[in-house]
Design a protein around this ligand. Sequence first.
Ligand code: 13P
Length: 250
Amino acid sequence: MTNNNIYFVANWKMNGHLSLIKRLKNVVILSNNKKYKKIKIIYCPPFTLISKLFDKIKKSKIIVGSQDCSYEDNYGPFTGDVNPKLIKEIGAKYVILGHSERRLKGDTNKIINRKIHAALKQKLKIILCIGESLKDRKKNKTFSVLKKQLLLCLKKINNLDNIIVAYEPIWSIGTGVIPLNNILEHDISKIIKFLKLKFKNQKPKIIYGGSVNPENIVKLKHIKNINGFLVGGASLYENKFVDIIKKTTI
Ligand code: 13P
């Protein structure tokens, strides 16, 4: 782990309901505890739950994000789309882009790049997901895939000030399988090296996602140069999410 801010991002995906929001008492308490002042907790529920979530976390340091946005940066006749302006307006600060589950639904690197530009224009912060498939990994193509995603998604982006890169190997998402520490450390160091070269003198922020849970976090927290975690399934259970945060920081 780094000594800088540590990010814990809860990606609820297409899950969650009102009763789940009512059960965030312990995360709220933890977020206000001075002992955890270096921690940034970001909840990304489905769009429909964002305003209800705000009601519940008003008195906390929890930050809210969305799981996607449109690349249209203005209002208009785009049925079903939610643009960054609308996301900003509701008070969200972050947006997850490029998640492999959105890529499966048709988001290309080019589309993701357009979304990043639109979101940055509204001063939203980006959590850009990249990751290789098992097939890519078996063919030793991991880094060439990641590099291509970074190059195309970050086209015409000048700095990383408002961008966190989330490395999520697709084969690790929802499977319970995580990369070995030395492999993960190796891949993350390559991502950092590449970003440092592209964005001179910038310090990239990298978080890891894929089957993070209260058991494997004790191993994952030893990964060098990591700035936090993007948590799917386990973030739906308040006790597990709190456990992950506490175990990372002791
Ligand atoms: P899981 O933690 O459920 O594997 O999901 C990871 C993920 O996709 C977070 O964005």
